[in-house]
Design a protein around this ligand. Structure first.
Ligand SMILES: NC(=O)c1ccc[n+]([C@@H]2O[C@H](COP(=O)([O-])OP(=O)(O)OC[C@H]3O[C@@H](n4cnc5c(N)ncnc54)[C@H](OP(=O)(O)O)[C@@H]3O)[C@@H](O)[C@H]2O)c1
Length: 350
């Protein structure tokens, strides 16, 4: 049994921890909290030990805590860092490297520049076999993970026939549980979005991928609008959908009117955290015109990276083959069953 510490208990950390508690191969040491708020009690009520930074101990005098983060890391096989973007790098330098602990970082970090956390950005579909000997690996962000799940199968199937990919990311403003974060009534434009460069870390530096991003006032998922240009006549929509039939974490849906329909269905079906943990191709929006395929898919912002973290953890901790890790992740996340339910419910109506 390997011991894992989850540093940060927000949207991502709380989800990862919950799934790890269901994993019989993992013992969760506890979680790291930085603010003395209600979430300390929530974590305790879920059977978790809460650890806090040594220099903040006095702020938590009214809360039940198990000790300091520094001490928790003394007997730890791997840390999943789920801190706000940029803090992962500081944690690497101040905590994980000095104690020689392997760590997984989230998508708000960087793998280039002076504050890079790793030289590898993980996507289970692309580079699973490269991570088993790494000490520090970054999991791609939700949009980066989602794009990979679409781009890689397309490239596998059509290869040289594809001339370029143009993607517009319509990003959600906040997560459902971030109730303190107000949605602002505007459409915000993102200068130099990192997502295209991040995808190119595994897709290839020269890949013909062009990404734009805007942010809109919703909590209900990201939506990607993608145009794929071909050298010759583009494949039919049915040929595009066909290649995703057996893709892990990609559901093909026909009757979704808006992204909230999916979240509502996930809630009705009792999916954990109301997440689907996947992306959803909106098949009714796929068109093929001349040399171009147009498609749209939504990306479960909070859920999509959680099974990916689980795959990554198994490669780093147990050096499992892709197939072994996949089988174990599937037994905990039930992705195939969730995909089937979603596809049945939002199936094409003749
Ligand atoms: N939200 C998403 O949809 C999403 C999707 C994919 C990837 N990500 C990435 O995942 C990471 C975490 O995002 P999030 O949305 O989960 O953030 P979040 O909800 O704001 O939670 C961040 C957590 O980190 C804790 N924290 C604060 N300072 C810290 C430190 N120095 N070290 C470790 N933890 C610290 C916070 O603790 P306190 O609350 O106690 O202060 C909080 O529990 C980011 O890199 C983000 O880009 C987010």
């Amino acid at each position: 049994m390997k011991k894992v510490f989850v540093n940060g208990y927000g949207s991502i950390g709380s989800r990862i921890t919950s799934f790890l508690q269901d994993d019989s191969e993992i013992s969760v040491i506890g979680i790291g909290k930085y603010s003395p708020d209600e979430k300390v009690n929530v974590a305790n009520s879920r059977g978790l030990d809460v650890y806090v930074p040594e220099n903040k101990l006095d702020k938590f005098s009214n809360h039940k805590i198990a000790g300091t983060i520094e001490s928790a890391l003394d007997d730890c096989d791997l840390v999943i860092d789920a801190s706000p973007g940029g803090h992962g790098y500081k944690n690497k330098k101040n905590l994980y490297e000095p104690k020689n602990i392997p760590a997984i970082y989230q998508g708000g970090e960087s793998i280039s520049g002076s504050e890079s956390v790793s030289d590898l950005l993980f996507n289970s579909r692309v580079n699973y076999d490269l991570v088993s000997d790494k000490q520090h690996v970054m999991q791609g962000s939700c949009n980066v993970t989602g794009m990979g799940k679409i781009l890689e199968p397309l490239r596998d199937s059509f290869g040289e026939r594809i001339v370029r990919f143009d993607v517009t990311l319509i990003r959600r403003w906040a997560d459902i549980e971030q109730i303190d974060e107000k949605l602002v009534d505007t459409i915000e434009m993102t200068e130099k979005p990192h997502h295209g460069d991040d995808v190119k870390e595994y897709f290839g530096k020269d890949a013909p991928l062009y990404v734009r991003a805007i942010k809109v006032p919703t909590r209900q998922m990201h939506l990607h609008i993608m145009d794929i240009r071909f050298k010759d006549v583009a494949p039919k929509p049915s040929e595009i959908h066909e290649i995703f039939t057996n893709e892990f974490g990609v559901a093909t849906l026909w009757t979704v009117k808006g992204t909230k329909d999916i979240r509502d269905y996930a809630q009705k079906m009792g999916f954990n955290f109301t997440d689907t943990n996947m992306i959803h191709i909106h098949a009714n929006m796929t068109t093929s015109i001349g040399d171009t395929v147009q498609m749209m898919y939504s990306d479960d912002q909070t859920g999509i990276v959680i099974p990916e973290n689980h795959m990554l953890l198994q490669a780093m901790l147990f050096k499992k083959s892709y197939e072994e890790a996949f089988t174990h992740t599937e037994s905990i996340f039930h992705m195939t069953e969730k995909k089937k339910k979603l596809q049945d419910y939002f199936s094409r109506k003749e």
